[in-house]
Design a protein around this ligand. Structure first.
Ligand code: FPP
Length: 247
């Protein structure tokens, strides 16, 4: 029986988030420039997206560029932005064919104009697709998002729209850039690093974390299926006891 056949379709994570890590090390191991790793990472993006759509996951968030990534050498940042533009341009028809909707979170206004335009056009074109939503985190960091949400809430308090005592979990959820999406149940990070790196800090509060040693360009469908199978074997207690969950 293949890994995929062992997956219980009734217990799928609704939303998977991925920290795609290890492109640079993968390229270095092959004696190539870091950008070669990013270029080869695109195939893994396609593998992950197809695997999730195929099995019935409804949301997939990919950490494609963090706020902190702006401090990388300008040549790498430029190459990554170009790669993003060319990939979005090329893959929009594949998203359409597969009924996948594209969304983005992060400080999109920080991205180069061309990148913003390409992204906006793909988001618009795919907006009515219903099979799965692919969310790209671009110029994103969870702290940036939480600070923004805090400012918005503070303003609403100042304007008398809400009272301080009314602020709860839901208020924060509704002011984050992820407000349209459910929280991820499963977060995967490649490359053997065991960190969250400023990714979805609020939304991952009760997510299952899954770490794999492979570098991102080597990641494939089977790895997603294996992560889902591992997820299905875990007991999610949300702070309760095992007995409470079973009853
Ligand atoms: C992390 O590896 C990867 C990134 C910062 C960029 C990810 C981008 C892609 C896979 C390409 C295009 C993406 C889309 C969505 C079209 P790293 O550079 O941090 O590797 P290292 O840890 O080995 O240095």
């Amino acid at each position: 029986m293949s890994i995929k056949e062992n997956i219980n379709p009734d217990k799928l994570p609704n939303h998977i988030a991925i920290i795609m890590d290890g492109n640079g090390r993968w390229a270095k191991g092959k004696g190539k420039f870091r950008i070669f790793g990013h270029q080869n990472g695109v195939a893994a993006v396609k593998e992950a997206t197809e695997a999730c759509a195929e099995i019935g996951v409804k949301y997939l968030t990919l950490y494609a560029f963090s706020t902190e990534n702006w401090s990388r050498p300008p040549i790498e940042v430029r190459a990554l932005m170009q790669l993003l533009v060319s990939t979005i341009k090329k893959e929009t028809k594949v998203l359409m064919k597969n009924n996948i909707k594209l969304e983005a979170i992060g400080n999109i206004s920080d991205l180069p104009k061309k990148c913003q335009e390409e992204l906006a056009s793909a988001i618009l074109e795919t907006k009515d697709n219903t099979r799965m939503t692919l969310i790209l985190a671009l110029s994103y960091s969870a702290k940036w998002d939480i600070i923004n949400a805090t400012k918005m809430i503070a303003n609403e308090v100042k304007e008398g729209k809400i009272k301080i005592d009314q602020i709860d979990d839901k208020t924060i959820d509704e002011h984050l850039s992820t407000r349209k999406f459910p929280h991820p149940e499963l977060m995967i990070r490649t490359s053997g690093e065991h960190r969250i790196s400023n990714f979805l800090l609020w939304e991952l509060a009760y997510s299952e974390l899954y770490f794999i040693d492979k570098f991102w360009p080597d990641f494939n469908k089977e790895d997603i299926f294996e992560a889902i199978l591992n997820f299905q074997q875990r007991e999610r207690r949300f702070g309760k006891t095992s007995e409470q969950i079973k009853n």
